[in-house]
Design a protein around this ligand. Structure first.
Ligand code: SAH
Length: 361
């Protein structure tokens, strides 16, 4: 790699549509832009000097003005249970960002972060314990996919925006990165294999629906009634009602013709009783049309250090605890009997702090 100067820019932060302009401004033919996009995103090249069909002077120009990787892998833990790998990156300003490689029999999915820390601070999630530092840039978001692909030697076939951060609060960078991930000339990952998960920022879900990205949306609902949800997610930070979040999600899935996922973390004694489940079914029945595609993902609460920290000083508050295994099955069957597609999402990489809600330390 050529020596970096302070004035260099991060190439992945440039919208691919804008590459042509800078190539032409540098005195080169416009068609070179498409070749460069192929090198950078399809062939995942990390050094301009290896782009053999690009003229030498353009390669030199690019190397002098841009760098292709901004983060370094600072830590890597492999699960002994299921092949999950948890990565810790360091950004150029020395902040920690986490991503997880989740291989299954027929897919290689990555779970990536959209922010450093998270401003939402859900009581049950370790990412909320990390002070919100800043948004990731579009380049840093796609770079996580490139880095995991290179390190594992595998082509990535699915992406979950379920790492650190609330993707909709980093709207422009997330939308731009999704466009790159789905673009046939860039990552070319199938739209249905990309899922964006949100705590439920209603106006931004509606705005996202209009972008026509066609990727799947998941709503972190966790409860059918607002009182219970308030004990888990601060109403001050997320002042939206469950019905409005659900309606916005359905608007998204109808516009994009995708299946909507409702995520439901099951906590022992908090939201796992049959009365609560019955009102969850009623909520779905009231809002979901027969033509809507809907799926409920049941997630057993993964214990985090975060909640214990929250508990200090509030002795009266109910401690969050994982549900019993039978409860998960029971809830799943209860939903399926009422014609609601429900699956239990098995924790991945729980032994290496890579499962849902464990990214943060
Ligand atoms: N901010 C986004 C995406 C990140 S979280 C969101 O809120 O959806 C991805 C999923 O993991 C969410 O459904 C989240 O609620 C869930 N999660 C967080 N902490 C968890 C924990 N301790 N146990 C199980 N699931 C958790």
């Amino acid at each position: 790699m050529t020596k970096e100067t302070g004035a260099k820019k991060f190439f992945l932060d440039i919208e691919p549509d804008g590459i042509e302009k800078l190539i032409v401004a540098a005195g080169h033919d416009a068609y070179r832009a498409a070749q460069i996009v192929t090198w950078v995103y399809q062939k995942q090249c990390d050094d301009f000097s290896t782009c053999t069909n690009i003229p030498a002077d353009l390669r030199t120009y690019l190397s002098q003005h841009y760098y292709l990787r901004s983060m370094t892998i600072a830590g890597k833990k492999m699960s002994a249970i299921d092949g999950t790998v948890r990565y810790e990156f360091k950004t150029r300003d020395n902040l920690s960002v986490f991503a997880v490689f989740l291989p299954t029999r027929d897919r290689r999915t990555v779970c990536i972060s959209s922010q450093v820390g998270c401003p939402i601070q859900c009581r049950f999630c370790a990412s909320g314990a990390v002070k919100m530092k800043r948004n990731l840039t579009r380049g840093e978001i796609v770079e996580q996919v490139l880095a995991l692909s290179k390190d594992t030697g595998q082509r990535i076939t699915g992406v979950l925006f379920m790492g650190m951060g609330e993707p909709l609060l980093n709207y422009n960078a997330v939308v731009s990165s999704v466009r790159s991930l789905t673009d046939f000339h860039q990552f070319g990952i199938g739209r249905r294999h990309i899922t964006l998960s949100t705590v439920g920022i209603v106006p931004l879900i509606r705005r996202l629906a209009e972008e026509q990205l066609g990727v799947r949306l998941a709503l972190s609902l966790h409860a059918p009634d607002d009182d219970v949800r308030r004990t888990l997610i601060s109403e001050r930070v997320v002042p939206f009602r469950i019905v409005d979040i659900l309606e916005a999600g359905l608007f998204y899935s109808r516009k994009n013709k995708t299946r909507l996922t409702l995520e439901y973390i099951v906590f022992d004694g908090v939201n796992d009783d049959m009365k609560t489940m019955k009102s969850f079914v009623d909520l779905i029945a009231r809002h979901v049309h027969p033509t809507d595609l809907l799926q409920v993902n049941l997630i057993a609460y993964n214990d985090t250090v975060h909640d214990s920290m929250h508990m200090e000083g509030s002795k009266t508050r109910l401690r969050l605890a994982p549900p019993r295994r039978e409860t998960m099955e029971h809830i799943k069957n209860f939903l399926i009997k009422r014609d609601i597609l429900a699956i239990i999402r098995e924790p991945k990489g729980a032994d290496i702090e890579a499962a849902c809600g464990q990214l943060g330390f």
